[in-house]
Design a protein around this ligand. Structure first.
Ligand code: HEM
Length: 492
């Protein structure tokens, strides 16, 4: 009797355990193969993984005009929706073209997601770079970056340097019928940032040396990551080592100069011609190691050079197609100049009057999309709406997608700076500088440089671009021929 009772309860126990396993298996299958079945709980978004290993990376990187989404995103969004799964950069990936999810990702840096640039980029930038550092190291480096920019941005010496550099570049255009604008813009931004960070002027030999190494370094960043002698990648790693030693030598020289001054009893603040550059302030920062200071200099050069010169190119490109915007811009700058003495420098107050200029800059960033997407990874399983983003997967918030979304911006493909008179630029629909705790610390410097350059450009020149020249996302944005400008002088 007891035996048969024990036998029957074992039987029922086995049935229960069996049912439990069938239930678990069912859930697994439902989650895996939805939407064939009814969905149970959040699931990974729809999408396709493409080829083994490479996945869909090549199609994702296929060049397209940067004022469009590109065939890959267009096709995937219309087939799977604004959030889809794929296999990119050797990892299963969630791609988001949804402004709410992008905002959620950027705001949850360090909690649910983390910055995750491909490994070869770490190889070139070094582990102390702000762009790749995470956690407490990132916080420490970032605090220094933000306070340096805050201290510097409105200093008269800094503003004068930007203006002098702009005037020098534009003077060299006199009597030239044509210039390659991207080259000129890079010359401008490099000279501004190298002066700002290291206190070097364009004609110093160290500036030429740094520029040469820096260009090699930049080529490596966008090359195939093969560490074989002679490849652009290997040359970039070496160029970084050379820039590091040049910067270290400059730091040493500054220290020696300070010691000499202290010995002579001269106050550093009053006598140094370079007392407002980043390096001078960095020397006193004791929360950064020597290598971190060098990395900081490199980050500033990297951040301040290519993106800002591209922004200038975008503005000039779109203005060439919008005579009415150019005319309004010209009037704004003439009005600012009218109340100043001849050759008087622009100041922070003048900058704050450049309202239409800011609208033009915003619109050029919205249409031109200098940064198409940023790299993140999920630190744990994340649920967002009905989606599950699995832990460890790559996550790519595509920031250009919401810029070009017609449901978020009326006539989204049209360059229309006046929209910013009523649209809020601090919104989820417009994030050219990223967001959250990794939002670009140089955004105001970039805007300032472009605004001051435009002040002199629009009052002195008219220009035309070639019909078939346009910004292409490779995904790093470039103008195929470097944006040739056909110039006409137009003195005030
Ligand atoms: C004007 C055009 C610029 C654009 C469109 C731009 C865009 C961006 C974006 C989208 C990010 C976020 C990257 C991410 O979330 O992974 C970023 C970060 C960064 N930018 Fe910029 N940037 C510009 C100018 C500058 C300038 C002038 C500097 C420096 C002087 C700079 C330095 C940096 C640095 C150091 C970071 C890393 C911040 C961090 O990870 O905490 N950028 N930028």
């Amino acid at each position: 009797m007891t035996l048969s009772m024990a036998g029957s309860s074992t039987f029922w126990l086995l049935v229960l355990v069996g049912m439990f396993f069938i239930f678990l298996l069912g859930r697994l299958i439902l989650n895996q193969y939805s939407p064939l079945f009814l969905r149970v709980g959040p699931t990974t978004p729809k999408g396709s993984f493409g080829w083994p290993v490479l996945g869909e990376t090549l199609a994702f990187l296929n060049p397209h005009p940067s004022n469009s989404l590109g065939a890959f995103l267009q096709h995937h969004c219309s087939r799977y929706g604004k959030v889809f799964k794929s296999h990119l950069f050797l990892s299963p990936t969630i791609v988001s073209c949804d402004e709410e999810l992008n905002y959620f990702i950027l705001q949850n840096e360090g909690k649910l997601f983390e910055c995750s640039y491909p490994k070869p980029i770490h190889g070139i930038l070094g582990k102390s770079s702000l762009l790749v550092a995470v956690g407490d190291t990132h916080k420490r480096l970032r605090n220094v970056a933000v306070s340096l920019v805050t201290i510097t941005k409105s200093k008269p010496e800094f503003l004068h340097d930007i203006e002098n550099t702009a005037v020098r570049v534009l003077r060299s255009w006199k009597d030239k019928p044509q210039v390659i604008f991207c080259k000129e813009a890079r010359k401008f931004t490099f000279n501004v940032i190298v002066k700002q960070v290291l206190g070097l002027s364009p004609d110093e030999p160290q500036t030429t040396q740094i520029l040469e190494d820096f260009l090699t370094f930049m080529k490596g960043l966008i090359s195939l990551p093969l560490y074989i002698p002679g490849t652009p990648y290997a040359r970039a790693v070496k160029a970084r080592i050379r820039i590091s030693s040049t910067v270290k030598a400059i730091i040493e020289e500054r220290r020696r100069r300070r010691t000499r001054r202290n010995e002579d009893g001269i106050s550093t603040n009053k006598s140094s011609s370079s007392n407002s550059d980043f390096l001078e302030i960095l020397l006193d920062v004791d929360t950064l190691s020597e290598d971190e200071k060098v990395s900081f200099v490199l980050d500033s050069l990297l951040g301040g050079y290519e993106t800002t010169s591209l922004l200038m190119a975008m503005v000039v490109y779109f203005l060439a197609q919008s005579p009415s915007a150019l005319q309004q811009l010209k009037v704004e700058h003439q009005n600012i100049r009218r109340v100043k003495k001849k050759d008087e420098y622009l100041n922070w107050e003048d900058y704050s009057k450049m309202e239409f200029t800011q609208n033009v800059i915003n619109e050029a960033m919205r249409c031109g999309n200098i940064v198409k997407f940023v790299h993140r990874k999920a630190l744990k399983d994340v649920k967002f709406r009905d989606y599950k983003i699995p832990s460890g997967w790559k996550v790519l918030p595509v920031i250009s997608a919401s810029h070009l979304d017609p449901s978020l911006h009326a006539n989204a493909l049209e360059f229309h700076p006046w929209r910013w008179e009523s649209e809020d630029q601090m919104c989820k629909r417009f994030t050219p500088f990223g967001g959250g705790s990794r939002c670009c610390p140089g955004s105001e410097l970039g805007r300032l440089e472009v605004a001051f350059f435009l002040h002199h450009l629009v009052q002195n020149f008219r220009w035309r671009t070639e019909d078939d020249e346009q910004p292409i996302a490779y995904p790093y944005v470039e103008f195929k021929r470097g944006l040739p400008l056909y110039l006409e002088d137009c003195p005030i």
